[in-house]
Design a protein around this ligand. Structure first.
Ligand SMILES: Nc1ncnc2c1ncn2[C@@H]1O[C@H](COP(=O)(O)OP(=O)(O)O)[C@@H](O)[C@H]1O
Ligand SMILES: [Mg+2]
Length: 377
C-alpha cells in the first residue's frame, strides 16, 4: 500500500460533499394504495448539506431514527438518492452498477455499527483483509507483498503482532478487536474518506475510547476525512473537529465541535446536551426539557410543518410551525449556524431596544412575537 496519495493531499481539502441530499422511502401500507395516486413516503433525509475534509472528523449527531445512517448510506452510494447531489472532489457522482461502485468504494469506505454482523463468521481475518486488498488492487504482486500488506493493515489498527490475529475467526476476537478488523478491512481500500456509523456504540464502554483514539490516529497519519455518526454528543465533543446535529431528517445546527457542544444554539441541541452525559438512560432523554411535546421523534411520513422540532420545542413561536427555518449564522464563532427562527434578525430586532444580551426565555420570546403583528396567531 502506498501512502503517497495521503502525503501529497493538503489537509482540509474537501473530499466529499452532500448538497441538498434527500431520501424518501416509499411506503405502501394497504393493497388499495396500489391503485390510488397518493404515495406515502418516509422522509428519512431532507435537504442535507455536509462537507467532509481531509484530516478532519465531522460528527453527525442525533437520536435514533433521525436519518443518520441513511445519510451515511447515501454518501456510500449504497442507496440511490431521491434528490440532491454528492460530489467527490467537486465532481458530481452517481454510482450505478458494480465497477463504478468499486471505484467509488476505493475512495469512500464505510464502517458499520455491529462489527460481528459486518464480518463473515465462516471466514478468517486473513480472508477478510485479503479480499479487501485484492478488490482494490492493493495486494501487491506476490505472496510476500500480500503478507506485508496484511501485516501493515493489522499494525495500523494496533492488532499486534499480526500473526496472532491473521488466522483467527471473528468469534475468537473481542468486540473491540472485531471493530479494529473492520477498520483494517476498510483501510485495505486505501480510502480518502471513512464513514463510521456509530462505530463504538455496540462496544463496551471501557473500550470505546480505544477505538475512537485509533480512528483519530488514522485520521492524522493517513490524512483521512472521517464522518463520525453518533447519538452521543459528548463523544462528538471529544473526538470530532466539526459537529452537525440532525433532527427528524434535517440538519438543525453545525459548527466546530467545541462551539456546538459548549454553546449550543438550537433548542434541540440544548436538549441533547442536557440529556448527556448518559445518553443510554432513556428517562434523561425524555426529561424536563421535552415537556412541550410527548418527547417522541415525529412521524417521518407526515413530518411536522415548518420546523420539525416545533412540537417538542420549549421555545416554539407561531412562526415555527409555519415556516421552515433557514440556516442562520449565530455569530459567536465563524461557521456556527442553526436552522432556528430564534436567530432570525427579525426576532432579535423585536427585543427591547438597548438590551445588550438577547433574552431567549419563553416569556421574552412571547413578547417579541407580539411585537410582530404577522407573528400573532
Ligand atoms: N430501507 C428503509 N425503508 C423504509 N424506511 C427506512 C429505511 N431505512 C430507514 N428508514 C426510516 O428512515 C428513518 C431514518 O432512519 P435511519 O437513517 O436509520 O436513522 P438513524 O440512523 O438516525 O437511527 C427512520 O424513520 C427509519 O425507520
Ligand atoms: Mg443508525
Amino acid at each position: 500500500m502506498t501512502l503517497s496519495q495521503e502525503a501529497e493531499a493538503p489537509a482540509d481539502e474537501v473530499v466529499l460533499e452532500a448538497i441538498g441530499l434527500s431520501k424518501h422511502f416509499p411506503v405502501r401500507r394497504k393493497l388499495r394504495d396500489l391503485f390510488n395516486r397518493t404515495h406515502d413516503a418516509v422522509h428519512a433525509v431532507d435537504d442535507v448539506n455536509l462537507i467532509l475534509r481531509r484530516g478532519r472528523v465531522t460528527a453527525l449527531v442525533g437520536e435514533s431514527g433521525s436519518g443518520k445512517s441513511t445519510v451515511a448510506r447515501l454518501l456510500a452510494q449504497l442507496y440511490p438518492r431521491t434528490d440532491g447531489d454528492i460530489k467527490l472532489h467537486g465532481l458530481s457522482t452517481r454510482v450505478r452498477g458494480g465497477r463504478q461502485f468499486r471505484r467509488y468504494a476505493a475512495r469512500v469506505q464505510m464502517i458499520f455499527q455491529d462489527p460481528f454482523a459486518s464480518l463473515n463468521p465462516v471466514h478468517t481475518i486473513r480472508y477478510h483483509l485479503t479480499r479487501s486488498l485484492k478488490i482494490h488492487g492493493n495486494a501487491g504482486t506476490n505472496a510476500e507483498e500480500l503478507e506485508a500488506a496484511l501485516a501493515s493493515l493489522l499494525n495500523r489498527v494496533h492488532l499486534t503482532p499480526p500473526e496472532r490475529y491473521l488466522d483467527k475467526f471473528p468469534h475468537e476476537l473481542s468486540g473491540g478487536q472485531r471493530q479494529r478488523v473492520a477498520i483494517a478491512r476498510a483501510l485495505g481500500a486505501d480510502p480518502e474518506a471513512l464513514l463510521a456509523d456509530e462505530p463504538v456504540s455496540m462496544l463496551d464502554v471501557s473500550i470505546r475510547l480505544g477505538v475512537l483514539n485509533l480512528l483519530r490516529d488514522l485520521k492524522e497519519r493517513l490524512n483521512l476525512a472521517i464522518l463520525y455518526i453518533t447519538h452521543d454528543i459528548a463523544s462528538a465533543r471529544y473526538f470530532a473537529d466539526d459537529t452537525m446535529v440532525m433532527y427528524a431528517g434535517r440538519m438543525v445546527e453545525g459548527g466546530d465541535s467545541e462551539t456546538v457542544t459548549q454553546s449550543p444554539a438550537h433548542p434541540y441541541t440544548q436538549l441533547l446536551i442536557d440529556s448527556a452525559p448518559d445518553p443510554d438512560r432513556i428517562e434523561n432523554l425524555l426529561g424536563d426539557h421535552a415537556d412541550r411535546g410527548n418527547g417522541e421523534p415525529p412521524s417521518l411520513i407526515n413530518p411536522p410543518s415548518g420546523c420539525r422540532f416545533h412540537p417538542r420545542c420549549p421555545m416554539a413561536m407561531p412562526r415555527c410551525s409555519r415556516e421552515l427555518p433557514t440556516r442562520l449564522e449565530i455569530g459567536d464563532q465563524p461557521g456556527h449556524w442553526a436552522a432556528c427562527w430564534l436567530y432570525d434578525p427579525a426576532t432579535v430586532a423585536a427585543e427591547k431596544p438597548g438590551s445588550a444580551a438577547v433574552d431567549y426565555s419563553p416569556e421574552a420570546v412571547a413578547v417579541a412575537e407580539n411585537a410582530h403583528p404577522e407573528e400573532v396567531r
